[in-house]
Design a protein around this ligand. Structure first.
Ligand SMILES: O=P(O)(O)OC[C@H]1O[C@@H](O)[C@H](O)[C@@H](O)[C@@H]1O
Length: 277
């Protein structure tokens, strides 16, 4: 598509729009910077609506570094810390908690038994490590609070006023608490989250199941919904579910990777879409 600001005159049904880091083609007729025909917005939470991707990444690092220190001492191998940027983005971000534990450990050639959902945080199991990380993230959320991206709050309000339907689709089992403490719950009609994944037996991102479940609740085809995602696993889920539009939200300088994993369009903040509307 190229980095151009030209307005093509040969096809009046299309225009070039410049949004944040990308210049992409968009069909005229959509609202709030969306493609024509979009009636439903499916928002990821952490990193899209709230500044909690970094909170999760820090909690993962706290837990994995402690585990890796013990593990390397027991195995007599050098300790290599968890990379809260590259390894978090590649193996953990956007996925349900247990998948994040499993996929990162596998990348280091480590395999642990799954254990049970109520394993204590000290247990050397996938669930035990997941529960240890959850204690860390909840401590951080309750101590430091949660910051809402103001552009996202404005976008939610504008979407509501425009009559677009709105769901949050997150792998996090802490979704409801975060929506409640930030006051964002009032803008959200449906929630598909880490708890739904467990109770309905859905596959987590990068599988499209959670986004498809949300589209189904509105009784629409995926082609009528836009997916808003900051995680590589999340844009992959949007792409493989054949959603009408996949909007990558780049908070950490990974616009290129978001595009190669399936984003149609990459913005730095949802306010960029309002500026174009
Ligand atoms: O551990 P939770 O709160 O259930 O969240 C699971 C995952 O939820 C995703 O939304 C986050 O991007 C991940 O970082 C997080 O690990």
């Amino acid at each position: 598509m190229g980095f151009s600001t030209r307005i093509p005159v040969e096809n009046p049904q299309r225009r070039w729009i410049s949004i944040g880091v990308e210049v992409r083609e968009s069909r005229v007729g959509g609202m709030l910077g969306l493609a024509a025909g979009i009636r439903v917005c499916l928002f990821d939470l952490d990193g899209v609506l709230t500044d909690t991707a970094a909170v999760h990444a820090a909690a993962w690092k706290e837990m994995f570094d402690e585990f890796l220190r013990d593990y390397s001492a027991a195995q007599g191998i050098p300790f290599r810390a968890f990379d809260a940027r590259a390894e978090y983005d590649a193996y953990v971000d956007g996925k349900p908690r247990a998948d994040g534990v499993r996929d990162f450990l596998a990348s280091r050639g480590i395999s642990l038994p799954d254990g049970n959902a109520d394993d204590p945080p000290a247990a050397q199991t996938v669930n035990g490590l997941g529960n240890r990380k959850n204690e860390a993230v909840q401590r951080r959320i309750r101590t430091d609070g949660v910051r809402v991206f103001e552009g996202s709050r404005k976008y939610l309000q504008a979407a509501e006023q425009a009559g677009l339907r709105r769901a949050v689709v997150s792998s996090s089992a802490n979704t409801r608490e975060v929506l409640d403490v930030t006051g964002l719950a009032q803008y959200v009609e449906q929630i598909v989250d880490g708890v739904t994944i467990r109770t309905e037996g859905l596959r987590g991102k990068p599988a499209p199941d959670t986004f498809l479940a949300a589209a189904k609740r509105f009784g629409i085809e995926p082609s009528a919904a836009a997916v808003f995602e900051d995680a590589l696993a999340g844009v992959s889920a949007g792409r493989s579910g054949h959603f009408g539009q996949v909007i990558g939200v780049d908070r950490v300088g990974q616009a290129g990777e978001l595009k190669t994993h399936g984003a149609d369009l990459v913005v730095r903040d949802l306010a960029d879409l309002l500026a174009e509307a």
